[in-house]
Write a protein that binds this ligand. Structure first.
Ligand SMILES: Cc1cc2nc3c(=O)[nH]c(=O)nc-3n(C[C@H](O)[C@H](O)[C@H](O)COP(=O)(O)OP(=O)(O)OC[C@H]3O[C@@H](n4cnc5c(N)ncnc54)[C@H](O)[C@@H]3O)c2cc1C
Ligand SMILES: NC(=O)c1ccc[n+]([C@@H]2O[C@H](COP(=O)([O-])OP(=O)(O)OC[C@H]3O[C@@H](n4cnc5c(N)ncnc54)[C@H](OP(=O)(O)O)[C@@H]3O)[C@@H](O)[C@H]2O)c1
Ligand code: HEM
Length: 490
């Protein structure tokens, strides 16, 4: 071919054992996946033969010229080892007629499950039952036909593989590497149950954090609606319902951001307290804490989103001012009334200091949170060492939390203690929101005290307290070895 099929096809990291052009790979089926895989394989120098039920039906030019088109059986016979089944699983039984030709071949099952939690065996397991004389390897199902065609930079580079045959898995891994992907060994063929449902799952790790953020928003919005709009309307007939669109979201979003940030740093503290209480790090955390620790990134990013939206909403605030009862009035209306009243120096020294201070803290907090969000991108995070990543995520993260709390406290300190704020026995919403981050910061300070931090550091380096006997660090390794051999003996 005169021009390369794929622009920027990656050179594999490791020299593959399967050299280019040495193997012929068969692909059964002439649909989307087959076409994309064939294009990619040919671009990587692999000979490809496509097996179709009806070769004549394949339109000219659909496959690259280098691809040989054949009957299903003809293609299987030409393949040395690898036969990719680019078919839907319900059509696997139609291959029973060529079972003899498929014997001894490695069948690569690229199919996906139709629904989540069907409970029956996977497509790959059923395929292995249909063709017991072939080796079945599950793989490539998490890669879209589009990724295969456009190059590995545009999609996930990982190809998850599983099979009961180590040899078969390694042959398919070599092919994946040759194509510029990273093969990942996902275990035996039973793991195909998990692999096949992966493409069906929509942001699985985001579900909990999204729900938590949404419920928090709902709570603060409803609370603000009741406290600031509905009750004043019912009690005094004050109509402030225009605040529903801008002021109320701008009150709810930062409160959600604050609580979400507290929820990001709380599980680390709970983990630390648990380790201190147990006197060891060699015990699993409860499942709920494990799950929570794993969702901190998502919670943090959602908190960041809320804070960023709050900052944008706040840009609209100069159009409004809040009167003595926290009622928004137009800035122009205030100017007109001050001119009418002949006010010549409307300068409030302490008010200006306060607003400058809280705004500055808010801007700094948002800036640092942006840094955290940037380092959470895999391309950025991957070039940082573990220590650098922890410095940004943990060190700067706590700084952002402290600045956010300072921003809120400086903004609302006066009003939080004024009797007007408790007209309906409901505190301002930021008083509720700031409680959790304050508690997190206090707990963190306690953990930083030398007595607790030294003990925690020793536990995290392997020191264990067993009953009343403390095991010094130097002995922990041999003790663990003994314990392991004891466990193995049992
Ligand atoms: C905008 C934004 C983006 C974020 N992006 C990311 C991100 O990309 N990745 C990310 O992980 N977090 C992310 N977070 C969440 C948070 O910043 C980090 O998880 C941060 O490291 C938490 O710091 P920490 O001090 O509470 O706990 P850590 O520094 O995680 O933990 C303190 C200690 O607890 C122990 N520990 C923690 N977890 C476990 C565990 N599962 N088992 C045993 N011991 C454990 C370790 O010994 C560790 O040294 C993000 C947050 C925000 C706001
Ligand atoms: N498309 C993707 O992005 C993607 C990504 C990951 C995994 N997959 C998996 O790849 C497999 C194929 O997907 P696809 O998108 O390529 O599907 P497709 O475009 O519909 O192609 C399926 C092919 O199966 C062949 N086939 C063989 N026996 C058949 C029969 N009895 N009835 C109908 N067709 C039969 C047909 O080719 P012939 O007529 O030439 O025989 C047909 O072109 C599926 O299991 C899918 O889950 C697809
Ligand atoms: C560029 C950054 C920021 C700006 C410009 C900003 C601006 C403001 C303004 C003007 C107010 C007063 C709103 C009002 O009068 O009703 C406010 C309140 C508040 N801000 Fe920020 N802020 C920023 C960042 C943050 C961040 C990062 C957080 C926390 C994560 C935060 C949390 C809060 C909270 C909780 C309130 C009180 C909301 C209420 O109940 O009324 N802000 N901010």
């Amino acid at each position: 071919m005169s021009s390369p099929l794929l622009l920027g096809a990656e050179v594999p990291d490791d020299p593959p054992a399967m050299a280019r052009g040495q193997q012929t790979v068969a692909i059964l089926g002439s649909g989307d996946f087959s076409r994309s895989l064939a294009v990619r394989l040919v671009a990587c120098g692999v000979s490809v033969v496509v097996g179709s039920r009806c070769v004549k039906r394949i339109a000219p030019g659909l496959f690259p010229d280098a691809v040989e088109l054949s009957s299903q059986e003809g293609a299987v016979v030409k393949a040395q080892r690898l036969v990719v089944l680019a078919l839907f699983p319900e059509h696997y039984p139609s291959l029973l007629g060529i079972r003899a030709a498929l014997a001894g071949k490695v069948l690569v099952d690229v199919s996906n499950a139709m629904e989540l939690g069907s409970g029956v065996s996977s497509n790959a397991e059923q395929l292995a039952e249909l063709f017991p004389e072939s080796v079945v390897v599950k793989g490539f199902n998490v890669i879209s036909a589009w990724t295969l065609q456009t190059g590995t930079q545009d999609g996930s580079r990982q190809v998850l593989l599983c099979s009961d045959s180590v040899e078969g898995k390694s042959e398919v891994a070599q092919l994946a590497r040759l194509m510029g992907f990273h093969p990942v060994d996902s275990g035996d063929l039973r793991q195909s149950r998990v692999l096949e449902t992966m493409p069906l799952r929509l942001f699985p790790s985001w579900r909990g954090p999204l729900l938590a953020t949404f419920l928090l928003f709902l709570f603060f919005y409803a609370y603000g609606f009741l406290r600031d709009l509905l009750l004043p309307y019912l009690a005094h007939g004050r109509d402030g319902f225009h605040r529903l669109a801008l002021a109320l979201p701008n009150e709810s979003l930062p409160n959600v951001a604050l609580v979400a940030l507290a929820l990001v740093y709380l599980p680390g503290l709970l983990a630390a307290w648990l380790q201190l209480w147990r006197g060891t790090k060699y015990q699993r955390f409860p499942r709920w804490l494990d799950g929570w620790l794993l969702r901190r990134k998502q919670l943090g990013l959602l908190g960041f989103l809320c804070a960023a939206l709050h900052a944008v909403y706040s840009l609209c605030l100069p159009l409004f001012l809040y009167g003595p009862n926290n009622w928004s009035i137009s800035l122009y209306a205030v100017c007109i009334s001050q001119v009418k009243a002949g006010v010549e120096e409307p300068w409030d020294e302490s008010g200006v200091w306060r607003s400058d201070l809280y705004l500055s803290c808010g801007v700094l907090a948002l800036g640092i949170l942006s840094l955290l969000a940037i380092t959470s991108l895999p391309t950025v995070g991957n070039v940082l060492t573990w220590r650098e990543f922890t410095f940004v995520q943990s060190g700067l993260g706590y700084t952002a939390l402290t600045l956010s709390v300072t921003h809120t406290l400086v903004f609302g300190w006066d009003f939080a203690f004024s009797p007007q704020a408790y007209e309906f026995y409901m505190p301002p919403s930021y008083v509720l929101a700031v409680a959790a981050p304050c508690a997190v910061l206090v707990c963190r300070c306690i953990l930083l005290l030398p007595c607790t931090s030294t003990r925690l550091a020793r536990i995290r380096r392997g020191w264990e307290r067993l009953g009343k006997v403390s095991i010094p660090l130097a002995l922990t390794v041999s003790f663990k070895q003994d314990k392991t051999s004891l466990d193995a003996g049992l």
